[in-house]
Ligand binder design. Structure first.
Ligand code: 9MR
Length: 397
């Protein structure tokens, strides 16, 4: 299940990346791609200054996708209505994920009534610029339409309803060469291991309650039947920091494979909503290595790095992003990108996606208005974090 298109992939040598990147961008058709690059945020700390970052995606070894989650549809900050966001996205990213508008509540708002208009518009935006899209998400326990939450029926009815959604959505995009992969099921596992077996338990969702644990495999089989060419991912959070949660995912993958009729799965998505300090980088490396050992693709699907939020979600008290903290965030982005490239062999790299364009858009602000977790600031200027991400990519030829 190979990616279908490339956006100037694999054509860049580290020494010539800048010139090549600009010629690539100007041929990509993006309005913002030929505009002014964000300012050079330069290097800090020891060593020579880092080169400018005109096109982040052009630095990715092997043309690996470098993605971003974007608002679309009726969201006030929609990419499609924001020139400032388009300039950043067109210059720096080769893949889009819809932050919200491809979740079930948006695509099937009423039972049997599918609305693909906003998703198709976003896919057309990506296609026009030679970007790919990662679909998010066929199934989740959040952002479900009210009618799904109150659905009445037995297990067979529920399975049929679930497969109807998954199959219809996957089939809609099956002929679309821009959509190369899907999060098939998001966040199946809970944050606890009640029976102490070393594996986090399945999350108590309406899918589990009404269909039983087999719903996950059914969703994957349904998606594969509807779109045999797309890469199919399992996606979850805390996989790099909580070994018992990753163990549960790997156990599920093993069960999929050992099934007499193996369940189709292509990759594991690490959301990576992390902080400066957690998880410790050695743990991140071990987690990537363990996932890669399955032979599946591994994708960082929702990367953001908080600097002002403690382990319980409370603010650490900062009121501005100081240069010193911004530099720590730069180093942290570099370390995580490096760890990914070191631990995941090239053919298994599904790419790295950041969960939002600029700090002003981040879901993290919902919980802490003084948070700055992304690569661009509230004015869409590049932060040191962008240099860190770029330096992480540059470290791997
Ligand atoms: O970023 C998304 C935010 O705008 C939505 O309000 C929220 C609803 O729960 O979902 C956010 O995205 C989530 C993603 O779909 C799945 N992983 C966790 C993300 C952050 O909550």
């Amino acid at each position: 299940m190979a990616p279908r298109i490339a956006r100037c992939r694999g054509a860049f040598l580290a020494l010539v990346f800048a010139a090549a990147a600009w010629s690539c961008s100007s041929g990509g058709g993006g309005g913002g791609g030929s505009g002014q690059p964000p300012p050079d945020v330069g290097g800090s700390g020891g060593g020579p200054p880092s080169p400018a970052v005109p096109n982040l995606y052009a630095l990715a070894p092997g043309g690996m996708p470098v993605g971003v989650a974007v608002p679309a549809g009726n969201f006030a900050n929609s990419l499609l209505g924001s020139v400032a966001r388009q300039q950043v996205v067109d210059a720096h990213f080769s893949q889009l994920t819809a932050e919200n508008i491809m979740k079930p509540s948006f695509l099937q708002p009423a039972e049997g009534t599918f609305d693909f208009a906003d998703a198709d518009e976003l896919a057309a935006y990506a296609e026009a610029r030679g970007m790919t899209m990662h679909g998010h998400t066929l199934l989740w326990h959040e952002q479900l339409p009210a009618w799904m939450e109150t659905f009445q029926g037995d297990a067979a009815d529920w399975a049929s309803m679930m497969s109807g959604h998954v199959g219809t959505v996957a089939a809609h995009f099956a002929g679309n060469a821009t959509l190369v992969s899907w999060d098939v099921v998001n966040e199946v596992f809970s944050d606890s291991d009640a029976d102490g077996d070393g594996l986090h338990d399945m999350r108590d969702t309406l899918w589990l309650a009404n269909i039983g644990p087999g719903y996950v495999a059914t969703a994957f089989r349904t998606a594969a039947a509807a779109d045999p060419d797309a890469d199919l991912y399992y996606n979850d959070y805390n996989l790099s920091g909580v070994p018992a949660k990753l163990a549960a995912v790997l156990d599920m993958v093993g069960a999929f494979r050992n099934d007499p009729d193996p369940v189709p799965i292509d990759g594991i998505g690490f959301q990576m909503h992390v902080s400066l300090a957690w998880p410790e980088i050695g743990q991140v490396r071990s987690a990537f290595a363990a996932a890669a050992a399955t032979g599946l693709k591994v994708k960082i699907s929702e990367l953001d790095i908080t600097v002002n939020t403690d382990g319980n979600g409370a603010s650490l008290g900062m009121t501005e992003l100081t240069p010193a903290v911004a530099d720590q965030q730069r180093a942290r982005f570099e370390a995580i990108v490096r760890a990914y490239l070191d631990e995941v062999p090239a053919p298994q790299r599904g790419g790295i996606t950041v969960w939002g364009i600029a700090d002003v858009d981040s879901w993290r602000r919902t919980y802490n208005s003084n948070e700055w977790p992304l690569l661009f600031d509230d004015a869409f200027a590049a932060k040191p974090a962008l240099t860190g991400f770029a330096d992480g990519l540059r470290a791997m030829p």
